[in-house]
Design a protein around this ligand. Structure first.
Ligand code: FAD
Length: 416
């Protein structure tokens, strides 16, 4: 990796945003021989050096194959908790689970764990280390992109310190409020959920056994996600925004007292094991994923509800598709920023993304209320899925990324 100094400012691709999806794309393209710049507003060592902060990702099996293909997985493997079972329950606070619940077990798929839980600090540190070993990647961190300009043959971005970088393509990996998208005139659709996610980590007395739990409570879903070591879990607890603010304002003892009746006692005594965060939840999808010499990936293209832990997985599917489209075009000697190259990417990704975004939205709306008719329907639906192994396997295969026609090479574990 080259740090910028008195450097070359012309690249094949400039990626704006060094969160998770930007580095993943940079690694895939750098390995394929392209010159890539990654510009991130945050300082690189900030997140890599952070302590255990409770944020963690459910990495689906297909995403894990991609992380292996781009060389990041070895750094994560020792910190990853295999997810062996997912239990979903339609619950009522203080009343415990409803009569029907669904269990998804990896043994039914016969293809290894359904996914892995890995803490954010390990994922980011893994990306940073892999980028540091890659000659073709120039990381510019602690610098914002403040302007962009697109011409017939190339595009450029201006950094806050006045430097101008040029490339044939600019990729917006700059998150839910993507400046790359808005500067390119791409508008967004979506809505606020009126919910906020309270995110933390807990230590628990009994081992989790690799089981993830999702409780559908009327005010919002509560996910308990197993972390490496057996006695820690990540909590993603969605509540109506006003109530979430009140809970967040409590001291640790008050916070735990609010969490316990939602939680049950199946893990024994619980205590907080990390800092507490809040994330306001909204749905925000870009109306176009491309513009002349621009492509969007990750949350810049689609910010979804965290209900099924699919946000990063969706982003990595963008990474796989875009990396493949761009490397195929480059090998054929085509312009990687040309409209028909980018159209292939948009076509590949837009349908899947819209389905997933609306799917998460629908599940959240169906479950986040206490209407007795909907509650009955939910229990019938859960009972039906629980009774039908084939349907259950289909759900699991989709979530793990086992199934799916036209899967990009990286998601099959192959390099582009
Ligand atoms: C509570 C919660 C739980 C979640 N749990 C899961 C889970 O279990 N599994 C999962 O798959 N996903 C999960 N997600 C979703 C996941 O966190 C996101 O999808 C993912 O982090 C998006 O990554 P990204 O790289 O696209 O964007 P971001 O992580 O938002 O990164 C964007 C980057 O762009 C940079 N940037 C912005 N503007 C500029 C600029 N002008 N110039 C330079 N840089 C700029 C920012 O500094 C930032 O580093 C969860 C999300 C939430 C809120």
């Amino acid at each position: 990796m080259r740090h910028i100094g008195g450097m070359n400012t012309d690249f094949d691709i400039i990626i704006v945003g060094g969160g998770l999806n930007g580095p993943a794309l940079a690694l895939a393209l750098g390995q394929a021989g392209m010159n890539v710049a990654v510009v991130d507003a945050r300082a690189a060592d900030m997140r890599g050096a952070a302590g255990f902060d409770g944020r963690a990702y459910a990495i689906a099996a297909a995403s894990q194959r991609l992380l292996s293909a781009i060389g990041v997985w070895p750094a994560l493997a020792d910190h990853a908790q295999p997810m062996l079972q997912i239990k979903t329950t339609d619950g009522v606070v203080g009343r415990g689970p409803a009569p029907f619940f669904m269990t998804f077990d990896h043994a039914e798929l016969g293809a290894g764990p359904m996914g892995y839980m890995v803490e954010d600090r390990h994922v980011y540190a893994g990306f940073l280390a892999a980028m540091q070993g890659q000659e073709k990647i120039t990381l510019i961190s602690g610098q914002s992109v403040v302007a962009q300009d697109v011409k017939a043959g190339n595009a450029s971005v201006t950094l806050a310190d006045g430097r101008v970088l040029t490339a044939r393509l600019i990729v917006g990996a700059d998150g839910r409020t993507s400046g790359v998208a808005s500067r390119a005139g791409i508008s967004r659709w979506g809505w606020e959920y009126g919910q906020t996610a309270l995110v933390t980590a807990i230590h628990h007395e009994k081992p989790h056994g690799g089981t993830a739990h999702q409780y559908f409570l009327p005010s919002g879903p509560l996910a308990i996600l197993p972390l490496h070591g057996g006695h820690h879990s990540s909590i993603v607890w969605s509540e109506k925004t006003a109530l979430a603010a009140q809970i967040q304002a409590l001291d640790d003892a008050g916070y735990l007292a609010a969490l316990r009746p939602r939680f049950g006692d199946f893990l024994g005594e619980i205590s907080l094991a990390g800092a507490r965060f809040t994330y306001p939840l909204n749905l925000t999808v870009a109306k176009e994923f491309t513009a002349p010499r621009i492509a969007l990936i990750g949350d810049a293209a689609h910010g979804v509800h965290p209900i099924a832990g699919q946000g990063l997985n969706l982003g990595l599917r963008d990474v796989a598709a875009l990396a493949e489209v761009l490397t195929d075009a480059a090998r054929l000697g085509l312009d990687i920023g040309a409209q028909d190259t980018l159209a292939r990417y948009q076509e590949w990704r837009r349908f899947d993304t819209t389905l997933m975004a609306l799917g998460m939205d629908g599940v959240n709306k169906l479950f986040s209320n206490d209407n007795p008719v909907l509650r009955g329907l939910r229990d019938i639906g859960m009972g039906a899925v629980a009774a039908m192994p084939a349907l259950r396997r289909a759900f699991m295969g989709k979530a793990a990324g086992v199934a799916g026609e036209g899967m990009p090479r990286l998601l099959r574990g192959e390099r582009v």
